[in-house]
Each structure stands twice: as structure tokens, then as C-alpha cells.
Design a protein around this ligand. Sequence first.
Ligand code: A2P
Length: 340
Amino acid sequence: MSKKRFNVIVAGATGAVGNQMITCLVERNFPVKSIRFLASGRSAGKKLGYKGDEVVVEELTEHSFKGADIAIFSAGGSTSQTFAPFAAKDGCVVVDNSSGWRMDPEVPLVVPEVNPHAIAQYTNKGIIANPNCSTIQMVVPLYPLHKKYGIKRIVVSTYQAVSGTGKEAVDELDNQTRAILNFKDFEKKVYPHTIAFNCLPHIDAFMENGYTKEEMKMVNETRKIMEDDTIGVTATTVRVPVFYGHSESINIETKSNISAAEVKSILEKAPGVKVVDDPQNNIYPMALEAAGHDGVFVGRIRNDESISNGINMWIVADNIRKGAATNAVQIAEILTREYL
Ligand code: A2P
């Protein structure tokens, strides 16, 4: 990495992902010259730790970006749609974690292990989009398989942690779990149903075609990142009472002959992937073990015996790290190293 240092903003710094972004910048020794933390007016004046100092949170406004080089956003889709263009106008490149810009044809949607070259298109609008958490962890191991075998179709079911919804959802699962175990009444504020001891086949809003927005994000974002509109993707996304770590059951059908043994050996060498697959000894990826790590963990790799060229696997990653903050900071690292 060059010796150059950058004026960095974290927008949405008080949120679950924003907080992790700050940690990732420190852990990865990002070349920071100065750092500022932005959030809504409700948080202005709060203090957040950074490398042993306290940084006062400022309200995000259209004037926040003068003098800044990079702003990493995780403040929701409408906030980033409103404010990212102000950052870009002031010459500050935005790496945005929301869904606000992902499908804009002029905005690159990037997973560094898959399409780092797309970052070059940041000059179109001054914005780079970070994909949906479930999509990121799916494409990291599937891309090397697509290159070798040509993926025809992906069938995915997700088991997604509440931290993906944000801080309030983490509190809701915690509160409901305690209340139920103590025979007390509880509130449902974040989800339409009880999330404790339950599974909700409902993530984001339902659309006219019967799928949820989350499911359609997995379809559309996968094709954009893998740069192949011919891949068929169908998804069922489910919220489960897990705090951190999304799990996915994935079935792929490929154009050419594929076998579980070959898949295992390809994935053992794939960037960002860790194969955890020794079922005879009860070893497979699990949310509790993936949480706190940056890898995408893959196991239960089996031939799909119902078709000629099919594989089943189980993929787990920390949704706040590789699914959000780490991926965004990795993008920012490439941006600073190769483009700014
Ligand atoms: P705040 O804490 O002031 O509400 P999470 O996804 O964990 O709920 O976090 C969302 C993040 O986005 C928080 O930092 C939140 O700030 C921030 N945020 C939400 N709405 C706005 C807004 N209108 N302007 C700036 N930041 C916002």
C-alpha cells in the first residue's frame, strides 16, 4: 500500500455496521490521515472511540464532506440516496453499504474476490456500492466454481441473523428471549412477529411477484457482480433467532461435469474462502464460530444425486464483517491503493 494517507468519514458510525467499519479500519491499519464520524441529529455530540481517542459524532448534512477523500456509508438506503451525491460533488468517493445505489447501472457493485476491476467505474458517479450481506457470502465461493464449470442455476435458502436488521433488532431478540424464559410480556417493535424461538420467512418488503426484496437482491446482485445475466438464481430468505452470522443452504447446477471432491480442492485455494468440512467428526461451518471472523466458511460439500451436474453446500459468514464492513473497507483499500 502506498504511503499516502486519506481523510476518511464513516457515515452511520453509531449503527451496528458503522461500528464494525470503525473497528475494521483500525484492525486493517487503513491509511487514515483524519477521521470523522457522522450519524443522525439524534446522535450528534455522542463520543465514539478511535485508536484510544474519543471522536465526537457530527450530524450528517449536505455540507459534511468538504476536504474528505472517502466516505464509507452505512446509514440506510434513503439517507445514502440523499447524501452520497453531495459527497461526490465535493470530490469525496462514497463506498455505500445500503441498497440505495446497488442496481444503478453506472455504479459498480463490488466484491473484491470477484470483480475488483469494476472499482474503476467509480468515476461515473463517485459512488461504489457494497452488496447485500447474503449475496457477498454466496458469490465469494461460487465465483471460482462459475469460472471453471459455468453455473446454470443457484437455489439458495438463507438463515439470517438479526444483526443484519440493525442494533434495535439485536436488542429485540435479546429482550424477547429473556422475557419468554421468565414468563413476562414483551414488545414486537422491529419484526411483525416474535423472533425469539421462531423463524420468519420474511426479510425486507414483499413484492408483487411474491418474493421479498431481500430475495430479489440476491438474484439481481449476483448477476451484476458475476457479470453474467444468464445465471438463474432463486432464493428464500429467512430471519432466524441468531445474533451474528448468516448461514445459507446452496444448491448449484453447472454446465460442465462437477464433483464434490473437485469443488473442495478449488475452494481450498479460493481467496476469502475457508473450507470447514469434516462431517464424520461433526465439523462444518456454524454461525457461532464464523462470528468475529472475516472468512466465508464452506462445508457440507456434496454431489446433488438428483441431477447430473449439481452440488450442495452450506456457507456461513459474519454478516456484519465480510457481509458488510470488511467488504466495504476492502473496497476502500483497493480504491486508495490503485485509484486515488
Ligand atoms: P443514529 O444512531 O443517530 O440513528 P443501524 O442499522 O444499526 O440501526 O444503524 C443505522 C445508522 O444510520 C446509525 O448510525 C444511524 O444514526 C444512521 N442514520 C439513520 N438515519 C440517518 C439519517 N437520516 N441521517 C444520518 N444518519 C442516519
